[in-house]
Design a protein around this ligand. Structure first.
Ligand code: C2O
Ligand code: CU
Length: 546
């Protein structure tokens, strides 16, 4: 395996979108940021230089970093932030990941502009488990915010209400034809009739799941979250913030054709096509030597903005490839069973504040009724050095009280979460089943839950309250998809299984930025194993200080 070297210079760069210019934080001046390309098993060293003027951290989303949480990146979970003017050389250790992942800032809301693809090719001498595409095309869904994102973040935190929404959804940094002053820059993907393309796609948007489709074309899912999947043909896809998908597209329409690819937000505003929740790019067939038609491209049809069945149906059809070359290893003998409720709450505002949440209160979010309180020093540092007082280790295995989680109106007295920095301790190689149960407190919405340091098998999901006796009978233990981010359906549940084989300190949180900022997160600590190659590696000398 190779050792590759990248330099990430964090800097303010001037960009113009929607008729106005502003400085945004970028890596190497690029929005979206540069793509990292490596092969399975490589080590990538990224020298991160903070040339901006606030603290930042960078996370390699989906990379497990075996025994090396030091470079994982979530602020105050595994490291203190890289301060302005400082550097941090991060070692990104690839192991069994193969396919598309991504990287992003993991402090405040800077990931709005600090993100990019992380492509992991098969090892030299091996190939994809599908015919080699003629070309690979990045499709990064993101957002454009007219206001400074740091200001958006601070206003939202102080106000206690809902955050502002972005001004445009983007494909590869461009809003597309539906927006003012954008059509001359619309992303165009040129294809040749008869060829096959692989779209490497990520949803890097902040707060919403998205639907995506291409007019007159179907898409074949062949992978996601850094693992291969059984080919799944669909006219549209659903992709949650944090998720990645590898899609094959066959250019089977005549030369000269032009088609819109479009993405819109699920649970966005009720809307027509022409508003700030739909972005388009153009799939354009090369013509050889005749002049292309000037006809406007055709729109694809997308599910309705509130079609939770469409979202659920797509996600629940994903399957692992599960072949001898790409075997799976679903834990069958479970040692630890956890049930975590995911809730949106409101809490009282302090005396001199006016809060913009429902009833003059402040929004919060919780797992098992605990709102995660971000410490001011790293949990990993405290664990590794045995410093007490930074976190507690009694995160509850089950909700503190049971109720009808998905009833349509719920008693307000269930809405008062406690605040804490609590971790769940796992033994090395412990097999875990974790059921996420969505609740209808304040608002039932899908929560894309993301676990650091591990991939997990999604063995089941459904609407309503989880019932172990009934629902565990329907688990898929044969070819469940191996993922790192899974959208738990609104008013429903999702069951995942994983083996805690990676000693370290690993954040788990909702990948909707507003929810993690409200406290929908917790930390797993996987203890060292007995043998010397099952222990956390020592920290690098340049860990940023707090
Ligand atoms: Cu995509 Cu905790 O991260
Ligand atoms: Cu959430």
């Amino acid at each position: 395996a190779a050792v590759l070297q990248y330099t990430f210079m964090i800097q303010e760069t001037n960009y113009t979108r929607l008729c106005s210019s502003k400085n945004i934080l970028t890596v190497n001046g690029q929005f979206p940021g540069p793509t990292i390309t490596a092969r399975r098993g490589d080590t990538v060293i990224v020298d991160v230089i903070n040339g901006g003027d606030h603290n930042i951290t960078i996370h390699w989303h989906g990379v497990k970093q075996p025994r090396y949480p030091w470079s994982d990146g979530p602020e105050f979970v595994t490291q203190c932030p890289i301060q302005p003017g400082a550097n941090f050389s991060q070692r990104v250790l690839l192991s069994d990941e193969e396919g598309t992942l991504w990287w992003h800032a993991h402090s405040d809301w800077s990931r709005a502009t600090i993100h990019g693809l992380f492509v992991i090719l098969p090892r030299l001498g091996t190939t994809y488990p599908f015919p080699k595409p003629d070309a690979e095309v990045p499709v990064v869904l993101g957002e454009w915010w007219q206001n400074d994102i740091q200001t958006v973040f601070e206003d939202f935190i102080t106000g206690g209400g809902d955050p502002a929404s972005s001004d445009a959804l983007t494909i590869n940094g461009q809003p597309g034809d539906l927006y003012n002053c954008s059509s001359s820059e619309t992303t165009k993907i040129k294809v040749d009739e008869g060829k096959t393309y692989m779209l490497r796609m990520v949803n890097a948007a902040m707060n919403n799941i998205a639907f995506f489709a291409i007019a007159n074309h179907s898409l074949t899912v062949v992978g996601g979250d850094g693992a291969y999947m059984k080919p799944l043909i669909s006219n549209y896809i659903t992709i949650a913030p944090g998720q990645t998908l590898d899609l094959l597209l066959t250019a089977n329409q005549p030369a000269g054709g032009r088609y819109y690819m479009a993405a819109k937000l699920f649970n966005g505003q009720p809307s027509s096509l022409f508003d700030n929740t739909t972005t388009t790019a153009i799939l354009e067939y090369n013509t050889g030597n005749f002049t292309p038609s000037s006809r406007a491209p055709v729109f694809p049809s997308l599910p309705d903005f509130n079609d939770s069945n469409a979202s659920f149906n797509f996600t629940s059809r994903l399957r692992s490839l599960a072949t001898p070359e790409h075997p799976i290893d679903v834990p069958l003998n479970i040692k630890k069973t956890l049930l975590y409720t995911l809730s949106i709450n409101t809490v009282p505002c302090s005396v001199n504040e006016t809060c913009l949440g429902p009833g003059g209160r402040r929004f919060a979010a919780s797992i098992n009724n605990i709102t995660f309180d971000m410490p001011s020093t790293s949990v990993l540092g405290a664990y590794y050095r045995g410093i007490s007082g930074v976190y507690g280790n009694d995160f509850p295995d089950v909700p503190p009280f049971r109720f009808n989680y998905t009833a349509s109106s719920l008693n307000r007295s269930l809405q008062f979460p406690e605040t804490g920095t609590d971790v769940e301790m796992l033994k090395h190689n412990e097999t875990v089943e974790l059921v996420f149960q969505g609740t209808n407190l304040v608002a039932g919405v899908d929560h894309p839950m993301h676990l650091h340091g591990h991939s997990f098998y999604v063995v089941g999901s459904g609407f309503g309250n989880f019932n172990r006796k009934r629902d565990s009978l329907n688990y898929n233990l044969v070819d469940p998809p191996l993922m790192q981010t899974i959208a738990v359906p609104q008013n429903g549940w999702t069951a995942i299984r994983f083996k805690a084989d990676n000693p370290g300190v690993w954040f788990m949180h909702c990948h909707l930025e507003r929810h993690v900022s409200w406290g929908m997160g917790m930390v797993f600590i996987v203890r060292n194993g007995k043998s010397s190659n099952a222990r956390i590696l020592p920290p690098p000398p340049d860990m940023p200080p707090c």
